[in-house]
Design a protein around this ligand. Sequence first.
Ligand code: GTP
Ligand code: SPV
Ligand code: MN
Length: 617
Amino acid sequence: TRPESLGANGYVPTFGARPQLDGDGAAALFAWVDEIAALTQPDSIHWIDGSRAENEALLREQVDEGKLIKLNPEWRPGSYLARSHPSDVARTEGRTFIASENEEDAGPTNNWAEPTQMRAKLNDLFEGSMRGRTMYVVPFSMGAVGGPLSHIGVQVTDSAYAVTSIGIMTRVGSDVLREIAGGAPWVKTVHTVGAPLEPGEQDALWPCNDDKYIVHFPDTLEVYSYGSGYGGNAILAKKCFALRIASVIGRDEGWLAEHMLLIRVISPAGKAYHVAAAFPSACGKTNLAMLRPTIPGWRVETLGDDIAWLRPGADGRLWAINPEAGFFGVAPGTGESTNVTAVETLWGNTIFTNVALRPDGDVWWEGLTDTAPAELTDWEGNPWTPDSGRPAAHPNSRFTVSAAQCPQIADDWDAPEGVPLDAILFGGRRATNVPLVVEATDWAHGVFIGSNISSERTAAAEGTVGELRRDPFAMLPFCGYNMADYFGHWLSVGQKLRFDRAPRIFQVNWFRKGTDGRFLWPGFGDNSRVVDWIIRRIEGEVGAVDTPIGRLPVSADLNLDGIEVPQADLDELFAIDADSWLQEADLTEEFYSTFEGRVPAQLYAELAALRYRLQRA
Ligand code: GTP
Ligand code: SPV
Ligand code: MN
């Protein structure tokens, strides 16, 4: 039954009323909310307090409207399925803009928009865009509220789905409003699905607009998102704020906002190490974040799976927090044999988007079990059988779940000060060339490697899946400023670290394929074997083989106990073809040249040194 306070079209203002707050900070917030409301013209305004009762009411409302399907509580308590519009299934990089004052500040890898013109355009689009809908005001914190590395923001949105997702992915609540009232700086984010309703008009199950704009104003710390309800386009705290805007704040304040997972690795000796890893979208961050080592004695605790903020500490170490509070993870490929931790995390209280529905009211996706159920409803709501010849779940279908629900989450995962890093990994999906693991010789070489990450395109963004593209630091779609300046910023952060306390940098590749097209490395839990080598390198327990591209394991040092990897596959996993690498070096030069002289000289020196070593190999 619906609570008294719910009206037919959403909330009457008794529930979600504007909070009582005093101070200049509060006045500025109220004025901004009034301004957005005057522009977008919603039927009502609902201030989100982050309470459980409020969350449940919002979920119930979405079920009543048919926008969420409540899953069978016997299998999946407190869980829901959302089906997006079939055109609104991933981030839209072509519609994502950096509207910096100067075009060079956006750089060649971003779509730049002239801010005054873009503001005019957005004013047109947002005018009346929330008619017939409720406008929610969602105060959130990235990182523990009030923490030294944390930042706060407010998202205004007309999507209840976005509100319930933000509630899982961030820390939402009135304590954030008190920070704002007290004068703390905050980031303004505005989101509309761009589908105003005429009086009496029936709403779509997934309202959105064919036209989409995801716009960042780095000079004024604002985000405007129009037309999409999906993931990184709609949960603005995530990619828009915690990466694009935060990377700009980090540039100015001397820290780094990164597309990285964060883990604590505990060795058989009981010693803890902290590892961050940047892999492009849908390239294995969530999986490594939830690693269950297949070699005895090792343990991994999860700290974060997608974003890390890194800051040099007074001790000369690099400290990291996960600013998020949940996981927005790729469903397909997540199963008992690949990521049992994720499967256990998803026992309940989860919002699934674009997965398949089982007749018993539970969910399914490719890879959850080895064999597909005989009958399903696919992600678009159509009947499906294993003979249908198409996936039942969308390749970029996702789960949204609290980090706290992960069975191997670190007890102190939300510690405000974070953890000191011992290693940073860069990786991507590379069928050829890149070995299973290679160690950088020093920080600058590591930055060079990061600047050269390429990866095959995945379903996480629009585009042709499989096509190789450069994705430096896995940040191509997420760096809010000129990528060449960002390379320079990485170099300068390295200079603030004590050389003997800076994290060591490695490149990894779980995705190298044989000529027959099969993955050469078993991956998943067996990636612990690579982590084990990395930790032993850090401890100085094992040597390495110097090669033109960096330091490779001595083959006897890679722990392969209990798995069968044919010698030919191992050879191929570590094979370095000098000619192919020289071709990659040419592509690097071409790529660097697109920045018109802004790439730091130190990286050109690294490139020259790489070529020299390759030519002599
Ligand atoms: P985003 O959330 O988009 O940033 O993705 P992510 O980097 O967290 O990727 P995720 O861990 O969700 O993995 C994406 C896909 O890669 C899934 O289908 C996984 O099953 C697959 N995958 C992850 N790790 C491995 C691995 O070690 N080997 C192989 N072959 N596949 C993997
Ligand atoms: C990614 O694409 O890297 C994601 C999903 O983590 S989204 O939040 O949609 O950006
Ligand atoms: Mn991601």
